[in-house]
Design a protein around this ligand. Structure first.
Ligand SMILES: NC(=O)c1ccc[n+]([C@@H]2O[C@H](COP(=O)([O-])OP(=O)(O)OC[C@H]3O[C@@H](n4cnc5c(N)ncnc54)[C@H](OP(=O)(O)O)[C@@H]3O)[C@@H](O)[C@H]2O)c1
Length: 246
């Protein structure tokens, strides 16, 4: 039996890309999923597909930048399934731009979703995991959490931040048998670049994304981290297209 079978897994950002692929991968391995994103029509479609293939999935429309909604999401998982084994903080946005463009609203959104959303996710599940002395918190950072390039200043800042937060959490909670995993994808074929508002930059980033790998590859890496025995923690994984230099 897989070590994923019957684990209760919350995943944010399941309405496309890496989150959607991860939901399908984990459902196929017997996880009980609690899926979150804002676009309900996509959540319904994904739930139907998973259930048609024999998987278990419920969903809650959730904006990760709301502390209240993240608490409600965790409470929903506890009410429906009685425990939370794994929290995957995957939701993220990447409206790249140069600092001089002063896209203050986009900076705010990146900080709200990529940093505060992750913190709210951790806060929502930590009390019940500490009580059970068992749990696994996964965050999706990025290679941009290891390096910076022009236009990635703020995005990289958010991804560096969540790596630091997760490493601190690891040190604080390892004695409570709570595992942490930082997933750092390189270029992955998803909708992430759609929201870049500078059209020239968007075209250039889309061109660079031709090497992007399928999100199913990241989903398998996440499943690998979850399926380890409970005394083994995969703390960080970097997954790039072979051809990607930086
Ligand atoms: N694709 C890449 O090359 C790449 C590389 C490195 C890291 N990553 C990271 O991977 C993660 C997933 O991104 P992706 O590539 O799969 O992009 P994506 O296809 O654009 O998916 C992003 C997901 O985040 C959700 N989301 C955005 N804002 C949200 C909010 N306020 N509340 C709840 N959900 C929200 C979206 O759902 P709704 O809009 O329906 O809410 C969507 O499901 C992100 O953290 C991203 O930074 C991606």
């Amino acid at each position: 039996m897989s070590n994923i079978q019957d684990k209760v897994v919350i995943i944010t950002g399941v309405s496309s890309g890496i989150g959607e692929s991860t939901a399908k991968e984990l459902a196929s391995k017997g996880a009980k999923l609690v899926m979150a994103a804002r676009r309900e029509e996509r959540l319904i479609k994904l739930q139907e597909e998973i259930q048609m293939n024999g998987g278990q999935a419920i969903y809650k429309v959730t904006d990760v930048s709301s502390h209240e909604q993240m608490e409600e999401l965790a409470n929903y998982a506890l009410k429906e399934f009685g425990k939370i084994d794994v929290m995957i903080n995957n939701a993220g946005v990447m409206p790249l731009s140069s600092v001089h463009e002063r896209k203050i609203n986009e900076w705010d959104t990146m900080i709200d979703v990529n940093v505060k959303g992750v913190l709210y996710g951790i806060a929502a599940v930590l009390p019940s995991m500490r009580e059970r002395k068992e749990g696994h918190i996964i965050i999706v950072s990025s290679v941009a959490g290891h390096l910076v390039f022009p236009s990635s200043s703020v995005y990289s800042g958010t991804k560096f931040a969540v790596r630091a937060i997760t490493e601190g959490l690891r040190q604080e909670e390892c004695n409570n048998n709570i595992r942490t995993t930082i997933i750092c994808p390189g270029s992955v074929a998803t909708e992430l670049t759609d929201h870049i508002s500078n059209s020239e930059l968007k075209a250039s980033i889309k061109e660079q994304s031709e090497i992007a790998i399928d999100p199913a590859n990241i989903a398998r890496a996440i499943a690998f981290a979850i399926e380890q025995p409970s005394d083994v923690a995969i703390n960080e994984l970097i997954i790039r297209p072979t051809i990607q230099q930086l």
